[in-house]
Ligand binder design. Structure first.
Ligand code: ADP
Length: 413
């Protein structure tokens, strides 16, 4: 059994952040006072073998083949690695003060992070239909941690919560209202921890109070979404009921006329579920380019003269620019635009193509500042006389989860 700790101002808090997928478990241990990552890693192939990757701060990555029939074994191996004599970063497991769990879908039930209780787990389970691939895995992760770490406080941090402030006009679909009233079919949005983290940073960088700043955050990773943050609140975002809506992504189609679904089903004799799988896993830049879902490969092909790679990247950037344009309208203006996540932080072509759409508003790309593919610090990529500043702001979803976990514990003292 663990000794239960309460937070005192002079005591450091080590937070274990867990992001559980159906066959994977990503983790980090973050010291909340220094905000330093002590160790991080991932368990992969859970249920089909098992691989643990572990990297202590400043050390080499270690890779182990372990038998992980379920997430419970994975959590045990993670904890063992954190306290092992040679490369462990904790003296004992009681050094872990709390666990922050990423939970994908909180439906309308959760508008902020919350201490996990049985009632909370029940309410998350009620959202399973809204995120059938993600929420059950998140709950498995919580259960596994509860089993291995009884008594340690656990906090749920929801991808959807930041968007709970969206007004009805942004979240209602143009469908019969009974589907919203009875079934809660509406737009929810995702990547909330990232949009919240980056928009706060953006306001700081332009020297405006968060509650008086209009920010557009472009989270461009394998999954991608854009968010309009007006005066500290999400007022619109491009993902919807599920992460399939919005931008063209690595393998997801983003916005699509539903008639395309009907056509593919009828002409290729596919079930509805099969077509949705095509739209989630075989579409996006992977399907369009026929090359890869990884922007490094598509950018390289474009540089080598591949016309379809060029068309794919143009379509991708066009969609991003259209969303930025619509969110400028939604907020009657914008104070700062931020690029973040894998592509936002690592692809100067995409940043440049998108930013150049706004030349008509007096936006000018700073070619030198934007030139490096990889930008690891907050960086202004428009010129000082540009009418709207565009930044690269590296996201840190795990740190955001750790901060929210500490806030919840402080609030529950
Ligand atoms: P997710 O977390 O949604 O799986 P990421 O934020 O890691 O996705 O983004 C994946 C994309 O970002 C890939 O298409 C890849 O091209 C790009 N990317 C990520 N890391 C790098 C890197 N170090 N160098 C170049 N491109 C990168």
């Amino acid at each position: 059994m663990f000794e239960k700790k309460t937070r005192k101002e002079d005591i450091k808090m080590d937070i274990l952040v867990i992001n559980c997928g159906s066959s994977s478990l990503k983790y980090q241990v973050i010291n909340s006072d220094t905000e330093k990552v002590l160790a991080k890693g991932i368990c992969e192939r859970i249920g089909a073998g098992g691989v643990l990757k572990y990297r202590p701060a400043g050390g080499e990555e270690e890779v182990y083949d372990y038998d992980m029939p379920t997430h419970t074994e994975a959590v045990k191996f993670v904890l063992d690695s954190l306290v092992n004599e040679k490369t462990g970063v904790l003296k004992s497991l009681s050094d872990i003060d709390a666990v922050g769990h990423r939970i994908v879908h909180g439906g309308e039930a959760f508008n902020k992070a919350i201490l996990i209780t049985e009632d909370v787990i029940k309410a998350v389970e009620e959202c399973n239909d809204l995120a059938p691939l993600h929420n059950p895995a998140n709950i498995i992760g919580i259960r596994a941690c509860q089993k291995v770490m009884p008594g340690i406080p656990m906090v749920g941090v929801f991808d959807t919560a930041f968007h709970a402030t969206m007004p009805k006009k942004a979240y209602l679909y143009g469908i019969p209202n009974e589907y919203y009233k009875k079934d809660k079919l509406r737009r929810y949005g995702f990547h909330g921890t990232s949009h919240s983290f980056v928009s706060k940073k953006a306001a700081e960088l332009v020297g405006k109070p968060y509650d008086k700043c209009r920010t557009i955050v472009c989270h461009l990773g394998n999954g991608a979404s854009i968010c309009a943050v007006e005066n500290g609140k999400s007022v619109d975002t491009s993902m919807g009921l599920s992460p399939l809506e919005g931008l063209i992504m690595g393998t997801r189609s983003g916005d699509i006329d539903p008639s395309v679904i009907q056509y593919i089903a009828n002409h290729y004799n596919k079930s509805l579920n099969e077509v949705i799988t095509i739209l989630n896993k075989e579409s996006g830049v992977l399907g369009m380019s026929g090359i890869s879902s990884d922007f490094r490969d598509i950018t390289k092909a474009m540089q080598e003269g591949d016309e379809q790679a060029k068309a794919t990247l143009e379509a991708y950037c066009y969609r991003v620019a259209k969303y930025i344009g619509s969110y400028i309208t939604a907020m009657h203006g914008v104070d700062v635009v931020a690029f973040t996540a894998g592509i936002g932080e690592n692809n100067s072509y995409i940043r440049k193509f998108v930013t150049e759409y706004f030349d008509f508003l007096g936006v000018k790309v700073d070619e030198k500042a934007n030139e490096p593919m990889h930008i690891s610090d907050d960086t202004l990529i428009t010129t000082s006389d540009s009418k709207i500043p565009f930044y690269v702001i590296p996201t840190d979803e795990e740190l955001s989860i750790a901060r929210q976990t500490v806030d919840v514990l402080d609030g529950n003292k």
